[in-house]
Design a protein around this ligand. Structure first.
Ligand code: GEK
Length: 330
């Protein structure tokens, strides 16, 4: 995507901060990341996105509402073609989207998470934002919709990369040239970047075997005075409570530390953050995460104890998530 003239300085600043080294390594990272083909057919995803129908110049992009939507006049056959191609990228987990009249009812109501987070943020207008583990980019579009100057999603999932590119096809370059996606993990981000005004890590910390290292990595991506928005699974308890589940938690194999929100605040303080505050804590419901026509595999309801919905099927407390905001000292 071309760099808009008004963003050249921003990119130059970004490059000065060490991204040039990162970008030099990018072709190799892309090859590694995109070749991984974790759950499917990478060439088919790429081809599906390339075959999406050309859109008329007049379209209405709305990144400010619960459903990220692009209205465009498509013929019936174009719309059917778009739907068939978008379905080649299933499962769609994060959304909802409405693209050229095709409603994508995703596994997650990611809009509900955004509603819990958005009121507590330092206003995003004009800010440089990083969304670590940003999935297919749903929240990134909402961040752009809230006026961010530059939004970068990093996520190593090749499927999510192509879902993002599909949405990008509909949004177009003219309506938004601020939102970008690099298919890399947090471990690929250059050290001490100190670039972003706001960094989000939502749904990632509990997947990290070294959570404190993750917090320090996040801190180093922020400029002094920047804001971290952390959302993760927590358990009830005081500052000494942390759950390390066995092999699986709610059927997920790669879950490590689930602190109480009080313990999480202490971790953040120990890692050098200040002004640490819990702004939301809620049990995840089976209305928020559920199987749909666009994600037909098992979902949360299948991962809970059928006789006791307050427990996972492994006997742990049911998923509960906290949003914590903290500042990198100025
Ligand atoms: N090393 C890594 N570095 C960065 N991302 C990673 C890494 N490993 C996995 N991921 C990515 O982290 C995301 C976790 S989902 C949260 C999505 C969104 N943020 C949400 O809040 O809805 C979890 C959930 O469903 O809540 C996935 O997209 C992974 O590919």
């Amino acid at each position: 995507m071309p760099i808009a003239p008004e963003h050249r300085d921003l990119y130059r600043a970004f490059l000065d901060q060490g991204l040039d080294t990162w970008l030099a390594r990018l072709p190799d990272q892309l090859a590694r990341g995109l070749d991984r083909q974790r759950f499917g057919d990478l060439p088919a995803w790429e081809k599906a996105v390339a075959k999406l129908p050309a859109l008329p110049a007049t379209r209405r992009v709305d990144l400010t509402r619960d459903t990220v939507s692009v209205e465009a006049e498509l013929s019936q056959s174009q719309r059917r073609q778009a739907e068939n191609l978008l379905r080649k990228l299933v499962p769609w987990r994060k959304g909802p989207y409405c693209l050229g009249g095709v409603h994508i009812d995703t596994e997650w109501h990611s809009d509900w998470k955004w509603q819990r987070v958005a009121p507590h943020l330092a206003p995003l207008k004009g800010r440089r934002v990083l969304d670590v583990g940003g999935g297919n980019g749903y929240h990134a579009w909402r961040m752009a919709g809230a006026g961010a100057a530059f939004v970068l999603v990093i996520d190593p999932s090749p499927r999510f990369f192509w879902q993002f590119q599909a949405v990008r096809h509909f949004v177009g370059d003219a309506d938004d040239h601020r939102t970008h996606f690099l298919p890399v993990g947090i471990e690929e981000v250059p050290e001490r970047l100190a670039f972003f005004d706001t960094v989000f890590s939502m749904g990632v910390l509990y997947h990290r075997p070294s959570p404190l290292e993750h917090l320090v990595q996040l801190k180093e991506t922020l400029r002094p005075g920047g804001e971290l928005v952390l959302e993760t699974l927590v358990v009830e308890g005081d500052a000494t409570t942390v759950l390390l589940p066995g092999e699986r938690y709610a059927a997920m194999p790669n879950v490590y530390f689930l602190p109480s929100s009080a313990a999480l605040c202490q971790w953040l303080e120990r890692c050098g953050f200040e002004n640490v505050r819990v702004v939301d804590e809620a049990v995840t419901t089976t209305d928020e995460q559920r199987a749909t026509d666009w994600m037909t595999f098992q979902s949360l309801a299948d991962f809970l104890d059928p006789d006791d919905p307050t427990r996972t099927r492994e006997g742990y407390p049911t998923p509960r998530r906290a949003v914590v905001i903290a500042d990198r000292p100025g």
